[in-house]
Design a protein around this ligand. Sequence first.
Ligand code: MF3
Ligand code: CO
Ligand code: CO
Length: 259
Amino acid sequence: MGGIIIKTPEQIEGIRKSCRLAAQTLDYAAQFVKTGVTTEFIDNKIEEFVREHKAIPATKGYNGYPKSSCISLNEVVCHGIPSTKTVLKDGDILNIDITTILDGFYGDTSRMFTVGEINNGAKNLIDVTRHCLDLGIQQVKPGNYFGNIGFVISRYAKAKGYSVVYEFCGHGVGVEFHEEPQVDHTSRRNKGPKMKPGMIFTIEPMINQGRASTSIDKSDGWTARTVDNKLSAQFEHTILVTQTGFEVLTDVHNEYPIT
Ligand code: MF3
Ligand code: CO
Ligand code: CO
């Protein structure tokens, strides 16, 4: 029963640096996303970049996970393992998820990438998922309930005809990889703990075209797919609760706050 950690100013500064590196690593990875490239190749580039910046890829060896990133294509919801067998092709949509450990502090972020021309259905799914994350982020302020994050996300996703993955969640982050609280993307209005300044956590909605349920690949024990093999998309940021609202620690493009 550790509870939710309130980070010190020193911890916040360390986590901020790690978060910026994780997001810069996604920027760096973008150039390798094209037809014919394997996800293993992208993962190797990611590992090189992270280590050049004196950081460690947090996923490598985490509960036996073998790679420096998660790369989840099309019907893969999350935890896709980079592989020489997974070759990018025109029309693919993919999430790259990177967590860095810099000076002992964790930063966690993911975003969607596309290969060549994608269809309108895939494009709409990505746009809606991105907006789900933004709606969740806009709920972050002292005194608000964690439940309101998932409430606004699921209300919007359902209105757009999509389903929200309930089997994987956001999480406290910074001093450890996965801390309290669990941040549900399907939670109820005014439920759960209240946010306080100094809390740091991820919001990382996974939104599906078809059914919400997932199943984990028996052969690798990690890859989570939609049960109906329809598309899934995800975006993730690490967010600090400030005295008045939020700071998106993984926002290297100064996209927040959205005005
Ligand atoms: N980065 C993922 C998250 O957002 C966790 C990946 S854990 C792994 O929480 F072991 F699958 F890599
Ligand atoms: Co996360
Ligand atoms: Co992540």
